[in-house]
Design a protein around this ligand. Sequence first.
Ligand SMILES: Nc1nc2c(ncn2[C@@H]2O[C@H](COP(=O)(O)OP(=O)(O)OP(=O)(O)O)[C@@H](O)[C@H]2O)c(=O)[nH]1
Ligand SMILES: [Mg+2]
Length: 77
Amino acid sequence: MNFNKVEFEMSAGLASQLPPKSKPEIVFSGHSNVGKSSLINKLVQRKNLARVSSQPGKTATINFFDAEEFKLVDLPG
Ligand SMILES: Nc1nc2c(ncn2[C@@H]2O[C@H](COP(=O)(O)OP(=O)(O)OP(=O)(O)O)[C@@H](O)[C@H]2O)c(=O)[nH]1
Ligand SMILES: [Mg+2]
């Protein structure tokens, strides 16, 4: 897996906005504020790819990050 070429693709707030499935998706789910977005940033060694906050509820949409062979998907808590 190459985590060096990851880029933000899109946010979906409604099921109708979800992109068509095109490649494997690695999805990060769990309670709010446990560090899902932080883990994505750590994996790709970037500070601000996924937005992080000390307040729960920072991630409010389903965010897709394209990594060529796969996607990283950041879910709200
Ligand atoms: N101590 C500690 N704090 C962490 C760790 N990972 C993340 N945090 C902190 O936990 C808080 C929440 O991190 P996020 O990555 O925004 O959490 P999230 O699960 O994406 O939260 P939502 O978007 O609300 O679902 C931030 O203040 C982070 O700095 C960790 O491994 N250790
Ligand atoms: Mg988050």
